[in-house]
Design a protein around this ligand. Sequence first.
Ligand SMILES: NC(=O)c1ccc[n+]([C@@H]2O[C@H](COP(=O)([O-])OP(=O)(O)OC[C@H]3O[C@@H](n4cnc5c(N)ncnc54)[C@H](OP(=O)(O)O)[C@@H]3O)[C@@H](O)[C@H]2O)c1
Length: 235
Amino acid sequence: MSLALLTGSTGVLGRKLVPYLAKSYKLVLHYRSSEEVFNALLSDPSVKSSLVKAIKWDFSKENLSGFINEVVKVGIPSLVILSASQYDSTPLSRVTEELFDYLVRVNLVAPTYIALKLGTIMEGGLIVFLTDMIAISGHEVYTGIKPSLPYVASRGSFYHIVRYLSKELAPKVRVVGIAVGWVDNPKASKELRDLAIRTIPTKTFVDPGEVYRLIELAKESPSLNGVFLTLSGGI
Ligand SMILES: NC(=O)c1ccc[n+]([C@@H]2O[C@H](COP(=O)([O-])OP(=O)(O)OC[C@H]3O[C@@H](n4cnc5c(N)ncnc54)[C@H](OP(=O)(O)O)[C@@H]3O)[C@@H](O)[C@H]2O)c1
């Protein structure tokens, strides 16, 4: 079995990808602080037996080279899924310089630097930037939520980053983006969930299993490189 790295394994979407990945890969799972969620993931025997290493790391505080060193201590992954991120909806009047620094560091610098450094030493395989639709369609794509300006800034260049890295890391490593629409979040308000469903043309949330299957399809498609795929029901 080859090795896969998933950052943000405790996220609403991230945690749902883990059991799928555990069926086909040995896993290095990253998270920042959600101990309970992480421990719950380990209650699945196939996740527990696939886990090679858990890395608890805050990309805003700890250096990224140290994180990469922790990954490569156990091997070089052939699949890297960059899913860790911080959503933010701070209104314009309360935006600070610190907020810009934080969001750009966590959402842009961290995944891009990890992709660059791991991509340079990978012997082959795929790097996936997992984002929301804001990364490719802008700040008005989700009815009912308004991302902050620093958040949009921290996501807006992924289209170009994926294209750039895909050319530089080829032919050994391919790079794709997957932008995901609305994933059902049981903790969101009923009003927001109902509104979301009304505005999704296909009237269904994106199922995390679909995201996993698209990652696998990308993995198995040697010509798929440098593009953003979307799973959004058409928003
Ligand atoms: N959930 C959705 O509805 C949805 C929809 C479309 C697209 N997406 C995209 O899919 C990706 C994953 O989403 P998600 O729902 O899993 O996100 P999420 O629920 O917001 O979780 C974020 C993840 O990133 C980690 N993280 C946050 N700040 C961090 C930091 N400073 N350093 C290191 N790690 C940090 C969190 O770790 P801890 O929890 O351990 O602190 C968590 O694992 C994101 O790119 C998101 O934009 C999500």
